[in-house]
Design a protein. Structure first.
Length: 485
């Protein structure tokens, strides 16, 4: 739906010059990210802090690996949410149900003790967040036509909501953890999700009618077969854990392999579908380099919740005027910059219109900048404690890189998606995030005493090389993407 849709004309309302329903999607995503990042800011510490400190007493390397695996599982579950939206319920209903599931997960973390609460809470939050992420993005995309130059700006505004939630969540949960314990922090995340769910329920009727339709309905005679398939998958997962084929120690690498396999299957199914035209097929081929670049970017960026979380606890000087801020507050530095800069980037893309850099250039620059951010850790390695201002500068670079890739990636995915696979193409984009997030936990395990400098060189150098390659591929991608910028 474009900005000049019948719905927009009927209400006469806009949200910063964009379709009015963007405000409701902005709100639900803000509160969902409040709960998600508020919980995730505490997650690694909850796992590896000792029992006397209120934690579960895990080995730190294992805890960081599991945080990466959990983050990867969140984005892996976008496949399920996207499939249900495209084949059974439509994006709007899936988003609503997913929000309820997320709230239940945070309640489990808040009220169920020990590993039981951890397992139940993370499974529910992962499934619910996966369903909400893909479909919220699809709903934002539905507000714009494929050639609307305001789309990138709209996604940047939407992304500001993500980061307002990401800013406030860790601040509040971190304070509650410090003063009252981990479970009170998790409880605040549940309350935040309840607020977002309530606001969304009130305004959901104003969304375009098209988002309530099912793009590719599953025939009734095929439903039994899919029920059996899903039951088989669940049984296989249970048996894999029961027989110790999958263990906490190899969970992250297992998820990485599953994501790679799922990605390959998805691309094959979309490219071979008779519902995809020749022009749409070229767009799907063009999307492959963006997928790879996105996975590489998130493998570094998501280390804010693995390597950077542990680094902030052990190596960062967090003293401010005689007071030591909680380590979890470092997770709010990136959202502060997003809130400050998202509007600047949105205004820039709007002003440039069709003269703005092509998406491949933005992706390439994002990889180069996040690579430089990791290289900046090298001169800090000789210091006993890293100055807080240095970490702020590094996270500023990460924020600039994020704004060049994340909202732009979501926007280009909606533009390149075949009509019959709209939400599922968005799930493919989030699969790249899943792979990168999972790898962020795996890679963090290589940051060990004596290996610091090689680690930063490998992380940063690889990203810079990939970024340059992405920009060099621009002419070839332009031929495949056609009018999509």
């Amino acid at each position: 739906m474009s900005i000049d849709s019948p719905n927009a004309q009927k209400t006469g309302k806009t949200f910063f010059g964009h379709p009015a329903p963007l405000a409701n999607l902005f709100s639900v995503e803000m509160w969902e990210r409040f709960s998600f990042y508020g919980m995730q800011a505490l997650l690694a510490y909850y796992m590896y802090f000792s029992v006397t400190e209120g934690g579960l007493g895990m080995e730190q390397g294992l805890a960081l690996s599991l945080v990466g695996a959990y983050g990867g599982a969140v984005y892996l579950s976008t496949i399920l949410g996207a499939w249900i939206a495209d084949r059974l319920w439509g994006s709007e209903r899936v988003l609503f149900v997913s929000a309820v599931v997320i709230m239940a997960g945070h309640l489990a973390l808040a009220f169920l003790p020990g590993f039981t609460g951890l397992a139940a809470g993370l499974v529910l939050v992962a499934i619910g967040s996966g369903g909400l992420k893909a479909n919220a993005t699809a709903l934002v995309g539905s507000l714009y036509s494929k050639d609307d130059p305001k789309a990138d700006a709209g996604f940047s505004i939407f992304y500001m909501g993500v980061n307002i939630g990401g800013l406030i969540g860790p601040l509040l949960t971190g304070l509650l953890h410090q003063s009252m314990g981990f479970h009170f922090g998790f409880g605040a995340a549940a309350v935040g999700m309840a607020v977002g769910l309530t606001i969304y329920a009130i305004g959901r009727k104003n969304l375009p009618e098209a988002v309530r339709t099912v793009a590719n309905p599953l025939p009734a005679n095929e439903r039994k077969r899919y029920i059996l398939i899903f039951a088989g998958v669940i049984l296989a997962i249970v048996l894999a854990f029961a027989l110790k084929i999958v263990t906490p120690e190899n969970l992250a690498s297992t998820i990485a392999y599953v994501v790679i396999a799922a990605t390959a299957v998805y691309f094959v199914l979309i490219l071979r579908s008779p519902r995809v035209s020749a022009g749409e097929r070229k767009h799907v081929y063009a999307f492959i380099p963006f997928y790879i670049a996105s996975a590489a970017f998130w493998a570094l960026f998501q280390q804010q919740f693995t390597f950077v979380a542990a680094y902030s606890d052990a190596r960062l000087d967090r003293h401010l005027f005689g007071w030591e801020m909680p380590a979890s507050w470092v997770q709010s530095i990136n959202p502060v910059f997003i809130v400050l800069l998202a509007g600047v980037f949105a205004a820039l893309w709007t002003k440039l219109g069709n003269r703005q850099p092509r998406t491949s250039i933005k992706f390439g620059l994002a990889l180069v900048v996040v690579g430089i951010a990791f290289l900046c850790f090298i001169p800090l390695d000789s210091l006993a404690k890293t100055p807080l201002l240095a970490m702020v500068g590094i996270l500023l670079l990460c924020t600039i890189a994020e704004l060049l890739l994340s909202p732009i990636g979501q926007a280009v995915t909606t533009k390149l998606a075949p009509a019959a696979f709209g939400t599922q193409m968005i799930a493919l984009f989030f699969l790249s995030v899943s792979l990168g997030t999972t790898l962020s936990g795996v890679l963090a395990g290589y940051y060990t005493p004596g290996n610091e400098i090689p680690y930063f060189i490998a992380m940063g150098g690889t990203a810079v090389v990939l970024g340059i390659a992405m920009m060099a591929a621009t002419p070839a991608l332009k031929r495949l993407m056609g009018s999509v910028h």
